[in-house]
Design a protein around this ligand. Structure first.
Ligand code: AMP
Length: 375
C-alpha cells in the first residue's frame, strides 16, 4: 500500500521508519526541498495547494499528514479522491485555538478561562474578565510557543498588542499548573480505541524539552486523561493517533490543546511500547488492527533542539536510543531526540546521571517530580 503524507519532516520520516517494515511505501509533499523524510520515500517539492503535486499525491492509497497547518481546503479536495485520515474536521478544530477551546468545552473537558480578542478594546475587556497573569496567543499558526505573549501586568498590554495585534487572537488565563502531561490515543475507522499510558512533559520556552513515562500520577488521574482523549477522538470520528496536552492542577486536568497527528510527546513509544504511535497511526490509516500501546518499562525522552550532541559518549549508555533526523542545525529547531529506557522510574533516576552533568541536572527536574513555571 502507498501512503501519501502532507509534510516531509521528522514526523513523516518516523512514520516511514515504522511503515517500511510493514511493507508500506511513502510519498511526501513538502514545500522544502531539504525535507528530511526524503531519505525514506519519494519527495514532491511543491506548495500545499499545487494542483499537479496534489494529483500525484492522490495516486497513493491513503493520505495522512505530518503537519497540522495544512489548509483544510486541501484536505477536503484530496478526500474527494482518496481516504484522508484523520479528516479535515479534526484539522479545522486544531488549527484555530478558539474553535479548539470551544470544542473541548462542548465535550465536557475543563479549560483555562479564555476570551476571543479582535481589537485592543476587546483585549482590555478580556483582561478584566480573565485577570493577570494571562497569555495572549494567535488563534492560528501557533506552535512550539510561537505567537504567544505572557501578560503579567497592565504595562505588558502595549508590547503584547504591538507584537500580535495584527492577527485574530485569544486570551487565556495563565494556569498555575503543577505539571504538564499528554495523552495519545489511536482510533480506527470502526471506532476501536487504544490509549497509550499518560506521559509527563516539560516545556522550555513553549517547546517540548522532555517527556517521561510513567507519568507518576494516581490511577484516577490517568483514567481521567484517557477518558478525555477517548471522548475527543470519538467526537471527531477520528482515524489515526491524536495527542491531547493537559495541565495538571491539584487533582484536576485542564485541556490545553490537541494535535491531529503523531506527536513529539509520544516519540518514546518507538522503543518504549509494544506498538509505537507511528505504527498505530499507520495501522489505523490502513484499516489494519491496532497494536498494543502498553509500555515495556520506563522511558525518558530528551529533545535535541538546535544541534545534536556528540553521540559517541551518549551511545555508550545502555538503553539509550538515538534519533538524528538528518536536519541541518539551526537555533530552536528540533533536530533529533534520544530515549533512555529503564526497568522503572528508580532505574531511570539511577542512570540519568550518565547523560552527563548538564543533561542530568536538566532531566532531574522531570525525573524527581514536579516542575513549576514561575510567572
Ligand atoms: P501551547 O502552544 O499553547 O501548547 O503552549 C506551549 C507551552 O506554553 C505549554 O505547553 C505550556 O508550557 C505553556 N503555556 C501555554 N499556555 C499556557 C497557559 N494558559 N497557562 C500556563 N502555561 C501555558
Amino acid at each position: 500500500m502507498n501512503i501519501g503524507i502532507l509534510g516531509g519532516g521528522q514526523l513523516a520520516r518516523m512514520m516511514a521508519q515504522a511503515g517500511i517494515p510493514m511493507g508500506l511505501q511513502f510519498t511526501f509533499l513538502d514545500p522544502k526541498p531539504d525535507a528530511c523524510a526524503a531519505a525514506l520515500g519519494r519527495l514532491l517539492v511543491a506548495d500545499w495547494d499545487d494542483a499537479g503535486a496534489l494529483e500525484t499525491l492522490a495516486e497513493c492509497d491513503r493520505i495522512t499528514c505530518d503537519f497540522e497547518n495544512v489548509p483544510a481546503g486541501v484536505l477536503e479536495r484530496l478526500a474527494e479522491i482518496r481516504p484522508v485520515r484523520p479528516g479535515a474536521a479534526a484539522f479545522a478544530a486544531a488549527q484555530d485555538r478558539l474553535a479548539e477551546k470551544r470544542l473541548f468545552e462542548s465535550i465536557g473537558l475543563e479549560v483555562a478561562p479564555f476570551a476571543p480578542v479582535a481589537s485592543r478594546i476587546e483585549l482590555l475587556e478580556a483582561l478584566d474578565r480573565v485577570g493577570y497573569p494571562a497569555v495572549l496567543k494567535t488563534r492560528r499558526m501557533g506552535y512550539d510557543g510561537k505567537g504567544q505573549y505572557l501578560l503579567r501586568q497592565r504595562e505588558d498590554l502595549e508590547p503584547a498588542w504591538a507584537a500580535l495585534g495584527d492577527d485574530p487572537l485569544i486570551l487565556e488565563g495563565w494556569v498555575p499548573f503543577d505539571f504538564e502531561c499528554a495523552i495519545t490515543v489511536a482510533r480506527d475507522a470502526a471506532g476501536n480505541l487504544r490509549c497509550y499510558p499518560l506521559t509527563r512533559t516539560v516545556h522550555d520556552n513553549g517547546m517540548l524539552a522532555l517527556a517521561r513515562c510513567p507519568a507518576g500520577v494516581d490511577a484516577a488521574m490517568a483514567a481521567a486523561a484517557a477518558e478525555a482523549a477517548r471522548r475527543l477522538a470519538t467526537h471527531l470520528e477520528y482515524v489515526g493517533c491524536l495527542t491531547l496536552e493537559l495541565f495538571a492542577v491539584g487533582d484536576r486536568l485542564l485541556a490545553n490543546e490537541f494535535a491531529p497527528r503523531v506527536h513529539n510527546s509520544a516519540h518514546w513509544t518507538i522503543e518504549g511500547t509494544f506498538c509505537s504511535q507511528f505504527e498505530n497511526h499507520l495501522r489505523a490509516v490502513c484499516d489494519l488492527p491496532l497494536g498494543d500501546p502498553a509500555a515495556r518499562g520506563a522511558a525518558l525522552m530528551v529533545n535535541w533542539i538546535g544541534a545534536i550532541p556528540e553521540p559517541v559518549r551518549l551511545l555508550g549508555i545502555d538503553g539509550l536510543c538515538w534519533h538524528n533526523y538528518g536536519k541541518s542545525a539551526r537555533p530552536g529547531r528540533k533536530v533529533g531526540h534520544a530515549t533512555l529506557l529503564g526497568h522503572d522510574l528508580d532505574d531511570l533516576r539511577a542512570r540519568a546521571g550518565q547523560l552527563g552533568p548538564q543533561l542530568a541536572s536538566y532531566t532531574a527536574s522531570l525525573l524527581n517530580g514536579l516542575m513549576k513555571v514561575s510567572v
